[in-house]
Design a protein around this ligand. Structure first.
Ligand code: ADP
Length: 463
């Protein structure tokens, strides 16, 4: 059954409190009763001895008589406490008898005690019983006293009052804790569930496509905080994805529009007979088709890299060889721009996918060649650390404006668009570089200054 966090938490806390209190008061009652009854029984014996010793002081030796006034007070005093006594002299003649003295009072006291005890402790099946003790002075017997009281033990009115108060205290504490715990439970659940409800609300909005929603709620619960942070993170990465997707569609459309428009205009002119088909005109149509073809193959290339990066075919290679091969590939372009490629440093073998890493080097080198000025240098430096191999490619060309640096690794991103229509790139090269390097567990960084040059640095872990 589904229940809200608030109900669940407060009812669980209340249940725990009820059980704890019930158990505590049951155990406390049980042990107090046990000890209390023990104590009362001991007190009774003590009391009987006291009565005997008090009586013994009332014998006047010289006249062999008893101090009757005092015996009367002792008897009455004991009677009110629930002890009914009968005093005998040494010849076993009764000298004072509580029952004979006040029959009604005795009966009333006995009934009171029996009723009270019967009501509270029916299980002990108590009754009045009497014990007889000798009254002795210096080990000589001068008489006897028979003390009868409710056994095995009885509680006085004060004792009952004490136990009653104790139970009232327990019930009071119980009710107070119960109310308190329910309030605390509700408050706690509220503090927990409020941010969760807000988070649920935000995720609902995110799932409806409102990727700009963020949860501002601050909580003191670590797990809830973690949840909020990851949902905000999720929202922002979805937002980025969405922007990128829009950008991609826009860019693809934009990239296709120009060659298609040119092609359309040319073909229209040819169809309408405005233009005579000539080699140069057909060549220009062919160039546009080639541009479209290149764009489509770039797109395919990117999709393939994304897909294939899942399975890297790692072999042991030396980066120096890969870089030298790439330099050879671009020999013509390097010569055409009168560039001087300076290769330095060295490193050991690493375990990578050779084709992919070679593509990384080629993309970076081709950019460096493309964007550097004629008659300049391109510096390639290889270094090795304990865990990684690094190479950097530095050119002395146009550079990249600082505000564009964060985006150049995104698909179809091209800094300074007008400038780039000349160089003919489609803004996919660096996206591929990043994707491949990250698939190898490495990273790529860029430093650049406009009109000074750019430096790309790739780090690959040795594994
Ligand atoms: P493109 O095919 O346009 O070169 P890339 O993804 O390789 O696409 O690069 C993205 C953009 O980054 C380029 O359009 C260019 O503006 C900028 N860029 C890349 N490398 C360099 C470089 N070495 N010097 C200056 N700008 C560069």
């Amino acid at each position: 059954m589904m229940r809200s966090l608030r109900t669940k938490l407060s009812s669980t806390i209340a249940l725990v409190v009820i059980i704890t209190i019930a158990l505590t008061s049951f155990l406390a009652n049980y042990f107090i009763n046990e000890k209390f009854n023990d104590y009362v029984t001991r007190k009774q014996e003590q009391r009987a001895k006291e009565i005997v010793s008090m009586l013994s002081t009332q014998h006047i030796k010289s006249t062999n008589t008893w101090n009757m006034d005092y015996i009367y007070s002792i008897g009455m005093y004991s009677l009110y406490d629930g002890y009914i006594i009968k005093v005998y002299d040494e010849k076993n003649r009764i000298i004072w008898d509580a029952q004979a003295h006040d029959m009604t009072l005795c009966a009333q006291i006995m009934d009171d005690i029996s009723d009270r005890m019967e009501a509270r402790y029916p299980q002990i099946k108590g009754e009045f019983k009497s014990d007889t003790y000798h009254i002795t002075i210096n080990h000589e017997i001068y008489g006897a006293v028979s003390i009868s009281y409710f056994g095995p033990f009885f509680l006085s009115e004060n004792d009952f009052l004490f136990l009653g108060t104790l139970n009232t205290i327990f019930i009071g504490i119980g009710i107070f804790s119960l109310v308190f715990s329910v309030i605390v439970g509700i408050m706690l659940a509220k503090r927990l569930s409020n941010p969760i409800l807000k988070t649920v609300n935000a995720t609902k909005q995110i799932s409806e496509g409102n990727y700009n929603v963020r949860i501002e709620e601050k909580t003191t619960t670590e797990e809830v905080d973690m949840l909020i942070v990851s949902i905000n993170h999720l929202a922002s990465s979805l937002e980025n994805q969405e922007n990128l997707r829009k950008q991609l569609t826009e860019d693809v459309a934009h990239e296709l529009r120009t060659p298609i428009a040119v092609l359309q205009a040319h073909l229209e002119a040819l169809v309408d007979g405005v233009w005579k088909p000539s080699t140069s005109r057909l060549q220009s149509c062919y160039d546009e088709v080639t541009r479209i073809g290149k764009l489509v193959s770039d797109l395919e290339n990117l999709a393939r890299v994304d897909r294939d990066n899942l399975t890297l075919n790692r072999t042991k290679i030396n980066l120096m060889d890969v870089i030298k091969m790439a330099i050879n590939t671009f020999e013509t372009e390097i010569r055409n721009k009168s560039l001087n490629v300076r290769l330095s440093g060295q490193c050991g073998d690493i375990l990578v996918d050779q084709d992919r890493i070679s593509q990384v080097v080629m993309n970076l080198l081709s950019n460096a060649i493309k964007y550097t000025l004629d008659d300049t240098n391109i510096d390639i430096i290889l270094t090795e650390s304990k865990n990684a191999v690094k190479f950097s490619i530095k050119d002395y060309g146009v550079g990249i404006p600082e505000n564009e640096l964060p985006f150049i690794f995104e698909r179809f991103y091209r800094a300074d668009k007008s400038r780039n229509s000349m160089t003919g790139g489609s803004g996919i090269g660096l996206a591929i570089v990043k994707s491949i390097v990250e698939a190898h567990g490495g990273n790529v960084k860029v430093e650049s200054q406009v009109d000074i040059g750019s430096r790309f640095e790739v780090t690959l872990p040795k594994k």
